[in-house]
Design a protein around this ligand. Structure first.
Ligand code: GCU
Length: 338
């Protein structure tokens, strides 16, 4: 009898344990389901987290999470940890990474239409620049990449690019003669430096600090926030504000990743990107002012040259690259836009 009671007690106890276990199991299933329900896109870029472009990417993530009410998110890999701009674009093409932010220079090696943006002194001012990029021409450029599996989502401000040098200042084009200047790998950047009499040396951004330090190159060219956050100003003490071009950054999604999204998810991604571009403009303005202050405090000497001297020398690029009628038409369209 006692034995029977014990058996009964044991089976009740087992039943209770089973009940508790099934509740725990149910919670785990729900928790896991919640976890996998969030669609996470990977985003890789080559700039440091202190850069205003990275802040734009963070805003993109926040907008996407809020528009989708937590159903979508972004994992950001900065500092070139997943590769150079070129390598990451290739990862996008095969679908291993979902999104990136690269210079228009880098994407022009895959989608040549972007080359037009690197033409020296193409944009009259910031207003003209944004009217082009946020209008029909910009939209067409973003779409163009689709045939190369690289769909542009929006443009980020990357200011204007100017020369910085290590040993001697550049005050006019002739000072560049014989200097080795690091450039991004696209045709326009190479020809631009060539037309000014210097020797262009293509190299990834992440390799540049050491190259400057070791004297592999005599200088480079970039906007002030990149000059500061890359710490190149520790090596180069001369900054010549010739502002030879306004080359934007482009936020891109690989079409392999895009195709996996539902219609609604695509809408959220496009909208969040566009909203982040508006915020990034503000981050950029603030960073430009702060960067100039940092550079001056660090003993970097600024020069404001006669830009016309640079303009005349680089004029040749328009005729060289845009012999092609379609491209020439694009330049004319940009120039005519208010
Ligand atoms: C800018 C641009 C980067 C680019 C870099 C470069 O900082 O935002 O995308 O890699 O210039 O000079 O390579």
């Amino acid at each position: 009898m006692r034995k029977n009671i014990l058996v009964l007690k044991k089976s009740k106890c087992q039943q209770r344990i089973c009940e508790i276990l099934s509740v725990i199991f149910l919670f785990l299933v729900i928790a896991c389901k919640k976890e996998t329900d969030v669609k996470v896109l990977t985003f890789a870029h080559n700039l440091p987290t202190s850069h205003p472009v990275h802040k734009g990417v963070e805003a993109f993530k926040e907008h996407l999470e809020s528009l989708s009410e937590g159903k979508m998110s972004i994992d950001i890999y900065a500092n070139g940890n997943l590769g150079t701009e070129r390598e990451v674009l290739e990862l996008l093409q095969i679908g291993s990474v979902s999104m990136t932010k690269v210079s228009a220079s880098a994407i022009s090696n895959f989608v040549p239409e972007y080359l037009v943006l690197g033409i020296p002194y193409l944009f009259r001012d910031k207003e003209h620049f944004f009217n082009v990029l946020e209008g029909k021409i910009g939209e067409e450029l973003l779409e163009k990449g689709t045939t190369s599996w690289l769909r542009g989502l929006c443009f980020y401000d990357a200011g204007s690019r100017s020369f910085y040098t290590k040993k001697k200042p550049v005050k006019e084009p002739k000072d560049l003669e014989g200097m080795k200047i690091r450039v991004m790998g696209d045709k326009i950047s190479v020809s631009l430096v060539q037309s000014l009499g210097a020797a262009p040396t293509p190299m990834a951004f992440g390799e540049l600090y050491t190259a400057l330090q070791q004297g592999v190159v005599d200088g480079a060219e970039n906007n002030a926030p990149s000059f500061v956050t890359s710490m190149h100003f520790e090596v180069c003490k001369y900054y010549c504000l010739d502002e030879h071009n306004y080359l934007p950054d482009v936020v891109v999604i690989g079409t392999k990743s895009l195709e996996k999204l539902t219609l609604q998810e695509k809408k959220w991604v496009f909208e969040a990107a566009k909203l982040s571009a508006q915020k990034q403009k503000i981050f950029w303005q603030e960073a430009e002012i702060q960067s100039v202050e940092i550079l001056k405090k660090s003993g970097v000497e600024f020069f404001t040259p006669n830009k016309d001297l640079f303009r005349v020398k680089t004029e040749v690029l328009k005729t060289e690259f845009f012999k092609d009628e379609k491209r020439l038409k694009m330049i004319e369209e940009i120039e005519q836009l208010k």
